[in-house]
Design a protein around this ligand. Structure first.
Ligand code: SF4
Ligand code: SF4
Length: 182
């Protein structure tokens, strides 16, 4: 058994009924995560995507969750107000079967990091810009087993290892290291 420790659990509550599909959350997320910050706005880089259906007047903001190396064998089908949605429509994962939540240039997985920042923000950027309160932010304390948290770089590395195999990645790193020394 690992050590118990207190962890702050951060939650963004999504009220689908309030979302009007303005997509301000996508734009600010993309801009906040640009390198350097606010230097570009490409919604494909956003870690929140608004699933759009103007005919049925439904907009569902979906926040990027964990990366997964494999497609699901079992999927969910949603029917909302009589309209059936694509099996992958509301999934939060960056996965091989679709282009959602992938960095457009590198293909590396994107995941919502709650706008981690130093100094910390009062609330995540997407919550701040959502004028109709479709997104609200909550923090609570929970006792959890100590766990190893992968950071963004490690998640990216994991996906590269899944794609190319560890040996190839190690070879590439060795080559890079050698060329850096030259
Ligand atoms: S900013 Fe708010 S209202 Fe606009 S698309 Fe995002 S969640 Fe919906
Ligand atoms: S919390 Fe920050 S990283 Fe997560 S979706 Fe909102 S703006 Fe993007």
């Amino acid at each position: 058994m690992g050590e118990k420790k207190t962890k702050i659990v951060k939650t963004i509550k999504v009220d689908v009924d309030k979302c009007n599909g303005c997509r301000a959350c996508e734009l600010i997320c993309a801009a906040f995560h640009a390198e350097p910050k606010y230097s570009s706005i490409n919604p494909a880089r956003s870690r929140i995507q608004v699933i759009f259906d103007p005919i049925n007047d439904i907009y569902v903001p979906v926040l990027a969750g964990e990366y997964t190396p494999a497609e699901c064998a079992g999927r969910n089908k949603y029917t909302i107000d009589g309209k059936e949605y694509d099996e992958c429509a509301f999934c939060r994962a960056s996965c091989p079967s679709r282009n959602l939540f992938k960095e457009p240039d590198s293909g590396l997985p994107l995941k919502c990091d709650m706008c981690e920042s130093d100094p910390p923000l009062e609330e995540p950027k997407c919550v701040e810009v959502c004028l109709v309160d479709a997104l609200t932010y909550e923090e609570r304390e929970e006792e959890v087993e100590e766990e190893v948290q992968l950071n963004e770089m490690e998640i990216g590395l994991e996906s590269l290892v899944d794609k190319y195999g560890l040996d190839k990645i190690m070879e590439a790193v060795a080559r890079l290291a050698a060329s850096e020394k030259e």
